[in-house]
Design a protein around this ligand. Structure first.
Ligand SMILES: Cc1ncc(COP(=O)(O)O)c(C=O)c1O
Length: 456
């Protein structure tokens, strides 16, 4: 198949199953990978739709100029449309946006005007106001205004929604997307809910944005507004494209959690995605942990590609400078078991085994702990430290049965016990704990395993 121009390749992006960041969770969790669009983001869909609707309405004429306030991705989509159709582009952007985004827009022939981030939207210096003013001054120009332009949500209603419905063969039960202008959430969710009204739509918001509070209380609370770093979603205005009636819940995600999840998606799933994709997945998993059932199918929209964040989220020094350290403090017993797969060291001996035999086994296998079993039950444990203590005092203990000198059985902990919980159980008397997994297999976690997980 040969396309007439690059804009014909927009849409029909793949849906991919998450395999690793969702370990231990119920249901099927899928992502719609929007960086497969030619401008590497979901915004291509609405950009071309806004341009074509403006042409149809007769407001955009040959040789015209497209002016937009954009965080970069809409600009890219509009610029591609402009190249294909012969228009000029001017974009206004907030100065918190990454330099890469600005350079990329310039690369595809656009003019970019950088405006201050921390001013009110109606301040004449804001990127909204500057875009509007340019539109008034430049003849034959359009200001599509992605926030309020119905073509935005309509593009997702006509493409993203039907694609997801078809790709999941109608099995989708939950749709999750970040909410910026609201187009990709609301257009898609409106379509999906028309197919099956019980589909749940979860919007991802950020701290510093007004959406969640507005949905829950109907109050536009200016105290909710403060600067944040995540790019592309969360707002200090209520765009017309956000239809609060189709969004069932909002979840707020911190800059840090989004950044860390974006890196995990790259490393653990091979999905080299942007920051807001990390936020979408982090929030979606928070929701899924509580609400998703075994037969549910969740689709999360991943808006853009990781290359736009190389100087930020994918720069180790930048992450450190912002305190975005990927601490393993919340790793769990399950993670430790997973990391030891194939290197397990759970040894058992019978209660009537001779102590000297047990010592020989420990020496041969290089292990410090052994469980003592009797009639299929864990009845006690021995550790090299406690054996040594006892045998030094009374060497003939070697000839006794292990059941006579064993310590108490090891404690069982839940698979989702975090490292701090695990370490609180481990001390001089309890050198290891046990975990029973979903298939009733027992695993041992030693002090050394916890230490290793804390420092890796
Ligand atoms: C990186 C990124 N994430 C999320 C969004 C939010 O999408 P929407 O505007 O459809 O709500 C955008 C929109 O610009 C974006 O650029």
């Amino acid at each position: 198949m040969i396309y007439n121009s690059i804009i014909e390749t927009i849409g029909n992006t793949p849906i991919v199953k998450l395999n690793n960041v969702v370990k231990g969770m119920r249901g099927t969790i899928l992502v719609k990978v929007e960086y497969f669009n030619p401008g590497n983001s979901t915004k291509d869909r609405m950009a071309i739709k806004m341009v074509e609707d403006a042409e149809k309405a007769g407001v955009l004429k040959p040789g015209g100029t497209i002016i937009e306030g954009t965080s970069g991705n809409t600009g890219m989509g509009l610029a591609l449309a402009a190249v294909a159709k012969g228009y000029k582009c001017i974009f206004t952007m907030a100065d918190k946006q990454s330099q890469e985004k600005i350079n990329i827009l310039k690369a595809v022939g656009a003019e970019v005007i950088v405006c201050p981030t921390n001013v009110a939207p109606d301040d004449p210096r804001s990127y909204y106001s500057v875009a509007r003013k340019l539109n008034q001054e430049i003849p034959n120009s359009i200001y599509p205004n992605q926030y309020d332009n119905p073509s935005n949500a309509r593009a997702h209603y006509e493409t993203t929604g039907p694609e997801i419905w078809k790709q999941t063969e109608g099995r989708i039960t939950h749709y999750v997307a970040t909410v910026g202008t609201g187009g990709s959430m609301c257009g898609t969710a409106t379509y999906l809910k028309e197919q099956n009204k019980s589909i749940v739509a979860v919007g991802i918001d950020t701290y510093g944005s007004v959406f969640k509070k507005y949905k829950e209380t109907g109050i536009f609370d200016e105290r909710e507004i403060y600067p944040y770093l995540t790019e592309g979603f969360g707002e200090d205005i209520l765009p017309k494209n956000v239809d609060f009636d189709v969004i069932d819940n909002f979840i707020k995600v911190t800059d840090k959690d989004g950044a860390i999840m974006a890196r995990r998606l790259s490393r653990e799933e091979g999905l080299f995605v942007g920051w807001s994709s990390g936020s979408a997945v982090h929030g979606a998993l928070e929701y899924a942990r509580e609400h998703l059932k075994e037969n549910d199918t969740m689709v999360i929209l991943l808006p853009d590609h990781g290359t736009r964040y190389l100087a930020k989220v994918y720069n180790d020094q930048w992450m450190k400078d912002h305190g975005f350290v990927e601490t393993r403090a919340f790793a769990t017993a399950r993670d430790i078991i997973e990391s030891k797969k194939g290197k397990e060291s759970l040894y058992t001996v019978l209660k009537n085994e001779k102590v000297s035999e047990v010592i020989r086994l420990m020496n041969r296998e290089g292990i410090d702990q052994i469980l003592v079993v009797d009639q299929g039950q864990f009845v006690g444990s021995v550790s090299s430290a406690s054996l040594l203590e006892k045998i030094i005092v009374e060497p003939q203990l070697q000839n006794k049965q292990v059941g006579e000198i064993m310590d108490k059985p090891m404690l069982f902990v839940a698979p989702d016990s975090t490292l701090d919980v695990l370490s609180s159980h481990l001390n001089k008397d309890n050198k290891a704990v046990l975990v029973r997994d979903a298939i009733e297999q027992v695993h041992i976690i030693t002090q050394h395993d916890v230490l290793k997980a804390m420092t890796s």
